[in-house]
Design a binder for this molecule. Structure first.
Ligand SMILES: CCCCCCC[C@@H](O)CC(=O)SCCNC(=O)CCNC(=O)[C@H](O)C(C)(C)COP(=O)(O)OP(=O)(O)OC[C@H]1O[C@@H](n2cnc3c(N)ncnc32)[C@H](O)[C@@H]1OP(=O)(O)O
Length: 287
């Protein structure tokens, strides 16, 4: 079996040095459609979306691009069988620096048994000389790796929202969204190559989960948080269904002060689920 549970869960944490520049931030924002919005697309008075954390130091020029699949202690799974299944990012500072360097410590926190698949939960803790910067919890769906008699796990979702959403935001994705987003460092051919996508079971290349996630973060900041990225402190979501570049993300929000429950669907496909069990934690306007 390509996943050796004991080895995976007992491996010592791995550390990696990360470094990023303003240029990486500008590219990230442009790949999320920031266009001529100067506070995202120009270096003077640049604001940094907190979800940039998830690509910081992973840039295409960082030379650390996984080609064949996921290879970690006790884990060796082909790229065709992997999907991003969920993501949480928590910021530990008011603002992410637009340029910086940091150390990332990675451990496999859990391997959940979903029967038809295993979900590998990777936790990254990132800190610089001034202390903790952010924590990322990434869930990876490994098709065909379940059924080992393990725990199915629980997910850290919000309480189910009740009643009508307080806000509904539509965000259009573009046909070239994945081709642009991959320049942030995730060159998985699933997002570009029709033959590879077919081998992975899709009719066409699909959008990166983190691209949808970043677009949702930007829409929440722009429409609900006065355009101030520093107010978004945590975002979590399950990736429940794929998005084809060009489709619309319909973001339903249930806002209760600084706690937001979110659900994202695709209106062109009868509101098929895209992001579910999603939430955001924010700071109040004066912070
Ligand atoms: C190399 C470096 C590492 C690679 C990292 C990733 C790199 C990226 O480039 C990859 C990507 O960005 S992929 C794009 C983003 N992700 C997606 O589009 C996936 C969307 N999700 C799906 O298609 C389905 O949910 C799917 C297919 C995930 C599951 O759907 P089904 O097969 O229909 O499963 P279902 O029968 O609904 O559920 C079975 C049990 O699994 C649980 N579950 C379902 N979706 C889950 C998810 N996303 N996360 C966690 N658990 C999930 C269900 O609850 C169910 O469990 P139970 O039986 O206990 O209820």
């Amino acid at each position: 079996m390509p996943i050796d549970l004991d080895k995976a869960l007992n491996a010592p944490p791995r550390t990696q040095q990360l470094a990023w520049t303003t240029r990486d931030v500008l590219l990230y924002h442009l790949s999320l459609g920031s266009g001529s919005s100067l506070r995202y697309s120009y270096e003077r008075d640049l604001e940094v979306l907190p979800t940039f954390a998830l690509v910081a130091g992973q840039g295409i020029s960082a030379g650390d691009i996984p080609a064949e699949g996921l290879t970690l202690p006790g884990v060796d799974v082909d790229l065709r069988r992997l999907l991003h299944a969920g993501q949480v990012v928590t910021l530990h500072r008011d603002r992410l620096p637009a340029a910086g360097s940091a150390e990332r410590t990675t451990r496999i926190a859990e391997v959940q048994d979903k029967g038809k698949a295993a979900v590998i939960v990777l936790v990254h803790e990132v800190a610089d000389a001034d202390g903790p910067l952010w924590t990322s919890t990434m869930s990876i769906w490994a098709r065909g790796e379940g059924g080992f008699g393990g725990d199915p796990g629980t997910e850290p979702g919000p309480k189910k929202p009740e009643g009508d959403p307080t806000h509904v935001l539509d965000v259009a994705t573009t046909d070239d969204q994945a081709l642009l987003y991959r320049l942030n460092g995730d060159l998985n051919p699933l997002h570009a190559d029709p033959e590879f996508a077919a081998a992975a079971g899709f009719d066409a290349p699909i959008l990166h989960g983190l691209a949808s996630y970043g677009l949702v973060a930007k829409a929440v900041v722009d429409h609900l948080l006065d355009g101030r990225p520093a107010r978004l402190r945590e975002l979590g979501a399950r990736f429940a269904g794929p998005v084809i570049p060009g489709e619309t993300l319909r973001i339903s929000v249930w806002q209760q002060e600084n706690e937001l429950a979110l659900r994202v669907t695709c209106p062109e496909r009868d509101d098929a689920a895209v992001l579910t069990d999603a939430w955001a934690r924010t700071t109040s306007g004066g912070a």
